[in-house]
Design a protein around this ligand. Structure first.
Ligand code: GLU
Length: 422
């Protein structure tokens, strides 16, 4: 480990490659197979001209990275964010491949993104941008080839526009199975909205059992109060835990006696941020990671837990709702400090797992009950947690390495069995 206070790299794709290499070393993976897994199968960049509300044309850039489809169609979300880069999207698509393998669902990994700031765009500009993007990637996605979904700053609304655009382009009949995370009215699944937070809560419950942590006595800090962070908080509260600190992109707040989550959600809805929530103290965005708590949930973006702050984390469990929030250097520090990190590809796998259930319902033209969805999710993710935890004990490595090596084994096996053609 480097002695300086800096992480070797914050480039997400370099980090993903390093994780791949370290896990591949542990299972002596042959070099040709490493190269197959290191390179996304296809990365598309698209230029997206949109007529803005002021009458002027603005050109946005979008990406779709299709990492690997040895185990099934590419699968993964689409994010809208000013800081999206091609390297980030490539890394996220690789992590999707591992995530689907760990969850044991028959998909590979993909990811998309558009460099934009949706908070500064009108509804109609967003619709035009989304439809243009769907049109531009329509030839490489499909219900049996690549199935997108929501990610940072996208949700049911965008999924509906993509479903509609794709359906209109490809024969003009409704094809709900092209995308997941849709609103219920057009074939969405009950339980999908809460799925990432719910899956994460199941993994925390399993981790708490292993560490003999009583969730009723536990305190929780959440960085990021979007979809995953909000539902994880709510569900952990249902287990008796106290949410003591929450942040979003504008502010961070703390109340050691516990925040009233319902009130906080209403406050955010009204004011656009957790800032100024009464009965809470404002803290700095950096402090949230170091908050005294039992469970820390990074639920925002990449590179939040780094060599700079990892040694000051007091939590017993870190559950990654975000993708890639912890750098490799920080991983080592947490492992040394005996903090159990539930890695993104396991902790937030509930989202894509229920996406899979949604896709199955669409293909079969079925509707499942919410309790059916939640029970299947629990079974699936608890098994994934047990597999990863056992590998972590067996190999004496952190949970990230354990999960990556299990995923690599599965994807490499599928690749080997299929062989190369042409
Ligand atoms: N964007 C989510 C993720 O990172 C969900 C992907 C999906 O449902 O396909 O896992």
């Amino acid at each position: 480990m480097s002695k300086s206070n800096k992480d070797v790299t914050l480039n997400p794709f370099e980090i993903a490659l390093k994780q791949l290499d370290e896990a591949a070393d542990l299972i002596n993976l042959e070099s040709g197979m490493r190269d197959v897994l290191a390179n996304p199968k296809r990365v598309l960049t698209v230029s997206l001209p949109i007529k803005m509300d002021n009458g002027k044309i603005q050109v946005f850039t979008g990406f779709r990275s299709q990492h690997n489809d040895a185990r099934g169609p590419f699968k993964g979300g689409i994010r809208y964010h000013p800081q999206v880069t091609i390297e980030e999207v490539k890394a996220l698509s690789m992590w999707m491949t591992w995530k689907c393998a760990i969850a044991d669902i028959p998909y590979g990994g993909g990811k998309g993104g558009i460099i934009c700031n949706p908070k500064e765009m009108s509804e109609i500009e967003l619709e035009r941008l989304t439809r243009r993007y769907a049109y531009s990637i329509a030839d490489i996605i499909g219900p049996r080839t690549d199935i997108p979904a929501p990610d940072v700053y996208t949700g049911g609304k965008e999924m509906a526009w993509i479903m509609d655009t794709y359906s209109a382009l490809k024969g003009n009949f409704g094809q709900p199975e092209i995308i997941t995370g849709k609103p219920l009215a057009i074939g969405g699944s009950l339980g999908r909205t809460e799925a990432t937070g719910r899956g994460l809560t199941f993994t925390v419950r399993e981790a708490a059992k292993k560490l003999a942590v009583d969730l009723k006595q536990a305190t929780v800090a959440i960085q990021g109060f979007g979809n995953a962070g909000q539902y994880a908080g709510q569900l952990l509260e249902d287990h008796g835990a106290k949410i003591v600190a929450v942040s979003d992109s504008r502010a961070a707040i703390l109340n050691k006696n516990g925040l009233n989550l319902e009130g906080l959600r209403n406050h955010k809805e009204k004011n656009g941020s957790v800032a100024g929530f009464p009965e809470a103290k404002a803290i700095s965005g950096e402090e949230i990671i170091e908050t005294e708590c039992t469970i820390l949930i990074p639920a925002a973006l990449e590179n939040q837990i780094t060599q700079k702050n990892a040694s000051r984390i007091s939590a017993k469990i870190v559950a990654e709702a975000a993708n890639g929030p912890t750098t490799p250097e920080a991983d080592e520090i947490l492992f040394k400090n005996k903090i159990l990190l539930i890695p993104d590809i396991l902790a937030n796998g509930g989202g894509v797992t229920v996406s899979y259930f949604e896709w199955l319902q669409n293909l079969r033209r079925e509707y499942w009950t919410e309790s059916d969805v939640n029970e299947r999710l629990d079974k699936n993710i608890s098994k994934a947690f047990a597999d990863v935890y056992n590998a972590h004990e067996k190999h004496g490595v952190n949970m990230r390495k354990a999960s990556t090596l299990l995923a690599i084994e599965k994807v490499a096996e599928a690749t080997r069995i299929r062989g190369l053609w042409p």
